[in-house]
Design a protein around this ligand. Structure first.
Ligand code: ATP
Ligand code: SKM
Ligand code: MG
Length: 168
């Protein structure tokens, strides 16, 4: 773990909405004693608006631009854990910045489990779990392409954190 983190410095979580990036990102940061940056809440703090409102009022492209700027700021840091939004992988420039300074962990959680959660505050899903499966088909190759390692989020959180700490 030490050698790989010395090379890359940050830990970055990618994965589908609801895959556990925020929850496991925070827990991993606590275990490492590092700061935690979560791009969706950071965008909300910066704009004073909800992500869903930005999508509905300004459109997805405007949100993606805010997301890229937020990722750029996070990537100025070192020895931090970063949770990205589920769609961050759709912009290659995001992934180039994150990969330059971070070890990328793809959190893979079964879609049926994610679909059983509340999806209403996720604008691209709009409460329709079928869209989750369509998005996953589009994004799975991207998550796999960019990840340094894949962690299956299929156990209790404390167990998954241990797996993550071993993987980094
Ligand atoms: N292994 C797990 N066991 C139990 N609950 C889990 C597990 N992983 C995630 N969860 C729960 O699933 C929900 C979604 O997780 P979380 O918000 O961390 O996902 P996310 O990837 O950050 O989603 P988004 O991309 O929408 O921000 C949370 O309520 C979280 O506590
Ligand atoms: O999957 C997506 O494209 C998104 C996921 C969320 O984390 C937010 O970043 C936003 O709702 C877009
Ligand atoms: Mg999150």
């Amino acid at each position: 773990m030490q050698e790989r983190l010395v090379e890359k410095q940050n830990v970055v979580f990618i994965g589908m909405p609801g895959s556990g990036k925020s929850t496991l990102g925070r827990l991993t940061a606590e275990r490492l004693g590092w700061e935690f940056y979560d791009t969706d809440p950071l965008i909300e703090q910066r704009t004073g608006r909800k992500v869903s409102e930005i999508f509905h009022t300004d459109g997805e492209e405007a949100f993606r631009c805010l997301e890229t700027e937020t990722i750029r700021e996070c990537c100025q840091r070192r020895r931090v854990v970063i949770a990205t939004g589920g769609g961050a992988v759709t912009r290659p420039e995001n992934m180039a910045m994150l990969a330059a300074t971070g070890r990328l962990i793809y959190l893979d959680r079964p879609l049926d489990v994610i679909a059983a959660c509340n999806l209403h505050d996720r604008p691209l899903l709009a409460g329709d779990s079928r869209r989750l499966y369509v998005l996953f088909d589009q994004r799975k190759p991207l998550y796999e392409q960019y990840a340094n390692c894949r962690v299956a989020n299929v156990q209790p959180l404390d167990r998954v954190v241990e797996t993550i700490l071993t993987a980094i």
